[in-house]
Design a protein around this ligand. Structure first.
Ligand SMILES: C[S@@+](CC[C@H](N)C(=O)[O-])C[C@H]1O[C@@H](n2cnc3c(N)ncnc32)[C@H](O)[C@@H]1O
Length: 501
């Protein structure tokens, strides 16, 4: 069999960073569920299976210089890019391999505290799913955490036939994947225009609308794979529990809070179900889930409630947005949920005024707003989940993150590959797009001011977008560039400074 085993290799995957995979995020799930887990300030070993271009693994390696990182992906083009980023950033705590899942289990590797796989499990054959499970069985330490994300049923039920048709369209020709992608999208449009009954279905039509705007590499990797198959939670749960793992919750903090996501009747129905796997499947029907980010642990040591409070009290927090940009509503699958301003606003305002605050400090001040500790904890977790607040980590050497950021900013003048910078203060990557990276370059080097950036923008024929509107003329582009620089300096720069960027 060919080395790619039915997986697309003709064009590389998109260069993404996924903050859910960060130990800073993953540690919150056992904490929320009152399960002990080792502090992330201690040395640990982290493995990302099928790491794509390695952006996530590299940024995490820079954020946690006291830990060892291992990334693997059988596509050598991906590993070449991953290694070149690591080398350019001077990272010595990361190792990349171009082995397949089956081969990697035979490499000389340490045992891991974290094994993470994002966007893989429902894209590969059952044989490879078994190889992944066996790798976890062999290489995950007791107490270790697994993050596994996958396309989920029943959310894909209506649109899975679109994948099937696009895959079949591609399989019947030797033409390039790009050409076949455009051809398959045209076919779907023709089917719609000629009133194919399947494409009268509102769900299928909505997906077709979205497809037009998606990134081409993503589409090829999502729709042209032989073994693509969305899974039910209980199928993955069966495979993971067979390897001695216990399900903890979702890596997306907000997904763990049913009161935020589901109407009362749904919660009532779900509480009647004792079997965890069955309950999650039913919950996915309520939510019509299309994607899950599951967190498992090997071995459970229950945490005393008092210890949970003690750990939370010692944690520090900082704002991830300007207070005026924090919307007091949360979009759920069932509609908009209004957050209580009298709880959330005082917390955000205190963090704005202090810069950084521990839960202990917040508790003292919030008691005067009638916000007790339980409500405060709930609110802080919601704010983290919504991306308005970061939890912080003490005592990590920032020099590795700083080196990574200098490298990324320098490379941003050549390509658009790394739209994230690294902060050891929050142990995570932060979205800083190419233009914003150029503004940062201008701060460090006065020869790279706005006039210089304007030349680069013109040379790359970049059209700047402001508030959803793309510049139509060179004058408008220059105007948008100046506006973007001002908005960046006012809104984002102060936040990045607090993150050590
Ligand atoms: C959808 S991409 C996700 C990549 C990365 N995790 C991310 O989210 O950016 C799936 C990745 O799995 C890799 N892959 C597929 N089958 C594999 C196998 N048998 N062994 C190792 N890597 C594999 C592909 O090369 C590809 O990079």
């Amino acid at each position: 069999m060919a080395w790619n085993e039915g997986y697309v290799t003709e064009i590389p995957y998109t260069p993404g960073f996924y903050h859910h995979l960060s130990p800073a995020n993953l540690q919150l799930i056992p904490l929320l569920k009152q399960v002990n887990h080792q502090p992330i300030t201690r040395p640990f070993n982290y493995c990302e299976l099928a790491c794509g271009l390695g952006i996530t693994t590299n940024i995490l390696a820079a954020a946690y210089p006291h830990a060892q990182f291992y990334g693997m992906d059988f596509n050598p083009t991906h590993i070449l890019k991953a290694r070149s980023i690591a080398e350019a950033a001077g990272l010595t705590n990361v190792n990349f391999s171009d082995k397949s899942f089956k081969e990697y289990a035979h490499e000389e590797l340490p045992d891991f505290d974290y094994i993470c796989l994002h966007g893989i499990y429902s894209w590969v054959s059952e044989e490879n799913q078994q190889a992944i499970a066996q790798f976890i069985r062999k290489k995950l330490k007791i107490g270790g955490i697994v993050y596994i994300s996958y396309n989920t049923m029943p959310g894909w039920a209506i649109t899975a036939p679109i994948q099937r048709l696009m895959f079949a369209y591609n399989a019947k020709s030797q033409a390039s994947a790009q050409k076949q992608l455009e051809g398959s999208l045209e076919l779907l449009e023709k089917l719609k225009d000629s009133k194919a009954l399947y494409l009268q279905n509102p769900g299928a039509l909505r997906r077709l609308e979205q497809l037009r705007n998606f990134n081409r590499s993503y589409l090829i990797h999502e729709y042209f794979n032989q073994h693509w198959k969305p899974l039910y939670f209980d199928e993955v749960h069966r495979a993971m529990t067979a390897e001695k793992l216990t399900y903890l919750g979702s890596a997306n903090l907000l997904d763990n809070m049913d009161n935020l996501n589901l109407p009362g009747e749904a919660i009532q129905e779900l509480t009647k179900i004792d079997d965890l796997a069955y309950r999650e499947v039913v919950r996915d029907f309520y939510l019509n889930s299309t994607f899950r980010r599951d967190v498992y642990i090997k071995g459970i040591e229950v945490m005393a409630p008092a210890k949970q409070i003690e750990i939370l009290r010692s944690m520090k927090f900082t704002l991830a947005v300007q207070v005026e940009n924090a919307k007091m509503e949360h979009q759920t699958s069932f509609g908009k949920l209004q957050l209580q301003e009298n709880v959330y606003k005082p917390i955000l305002e205190f963090l704005r005024d202090e810069g950084v605050a521990s839960l202990d400090q917040l508790e003292q001040v919030m008691s005067s707003h009638n916000i007790n500790l339980q409500r405060l904890i709930q609110a802080i977790l919601v704010l983290i989940g919504m991306g308005y607040v970061y939890s912080m980590i003490d005592g990590i050497d920032p020099s590795s993150a700083q080196r990574f950021n200098s490298m990324a900013i320098q490379q941003s003048f050549e390509d658009d590959a790394i739209n994230f910078l690294c902060s050891s203060i929050i142990g995570n990557g932060v979205n800083v797009n190419r233009l914003e990276q150029w503004f940062l370059a201008g701060e460090y080097d006065s020869s790279k001011g706005l006039d210089y950036i304007r030349q680069i923008v013109d040379r790359n024929n970049l059209k700047i977008t402001r508030e959803g509107k793309t510049a139509q003329t060179p004058e408008e582009n220059w105007h948008f560039l100046k506006e973007s620089a001002e908005a960046f300096a006012k809104n984002k720069r102060p936040i990045l400074k607090r993150l050590g960027i």
